[in-house]
Design a binder for this molecule. Structure first.
Ligand code: SF4
Length: 222
């Protein structure tokens, strides 16, 4: 089934995801969120507590796309509310970007994890899961119509820019692709949290803030 009126190129990767069938005929963000809550298009609904849909300003100029919800997000049902979300908040503030004026989502909407003792250890989503979830992301992009998409980390960047894309080589650059808003890829905030010591964490954080400042300038200038 075509996504009515969404005006985006179909996601790459061959077979159409069963999630396409769930996209409402006349979608808006609230209807999409409700429809995504019942998604069973891949097996991650079995391990995640709930679908964690995007949140933020309905017609934001900037949309951030992360990888998938983490442990805290899975429990609260909101994106970027755990430790990585707090770091993102800090970086946004330093860059002069108001979080309430952006839209934040993930490439995959259920938490993928494996048990390690009492903890739930994050697992990277695979290509099939990213592709199964793509209709939700495409629909969010089509409805919010951001001027700029910020891709946080390799999963989000490769989902939209292809598997050969390397964040380490092209972070902070503005990239144009047909059928999509202007894009910029940078690191995922969780990679900064994983830095081995305080000094390297600070260096990583400042590089992240610089990327966000470049973004803020571009938004002001466009
Ligand atoms: S991860 Fe995405 S595609 Fe898979 S069940 Fe959840 S919402 Fe559906």
């Amino acid at each position: 089934m075509e996504q009515p009126g969404l005006g985006l190129e179909p996601s790459r990767g061959g077979q159409q995801s069963p999630a396409h069938e769930l996209i409402p005929q006349t979608p808006n963000l609230s209807r999409l969120r409700d429809a995504a809550a019942g998604c069973r298009a891949c097996d991650l609904y079995k391990t995640g507590t709930q679908t964690v849909f995007g949140a933020g300003a309905e017609h934001a100029s900037v949309m951030f796309v992360g990888e998938q919800p983490g442990d805290r997000e899975d429990i609260e049902g909101k994106p970027f509310v755990g430790p990585a979300g707090r770091l993102l908040d800090e970086a946004l503030e330093e860059a002069g970007i108001d979080r309430t004026r952006v839209y934040i989502t993930n490439a995959v909407k259920h938490f993928k994890w494996k048990p390690q003792g009492k903890r739930r250890l994050h697992q990277k989503p695979n290509a099939a899961e990213i592709s199964a979830c793509r209709p939700w992301l495409d629909s969010e992009i089509a409805l919010v119509k951001p001027r700029i998409l910020v891709l946080l980390g390799a999963t989000a960047a490769q989902a939209l820019l292809g598997r050969d894309f390397r964040v380490s080589l092209q972070r902070g650059q503005f990239i144009e692709r047909p059928g999509l808003p202007l894009m910029m890829a940078t690191v995922h905030p969780s990679s900064i949290l994983r830095a081995p010591d305080d000094e390297s964490r600070e260096i990583e954080m400042q590089a992240f803030v610089q990327d966000l400042k470049r973004l803020a300038q571009r938004v002001k200038g466009s």
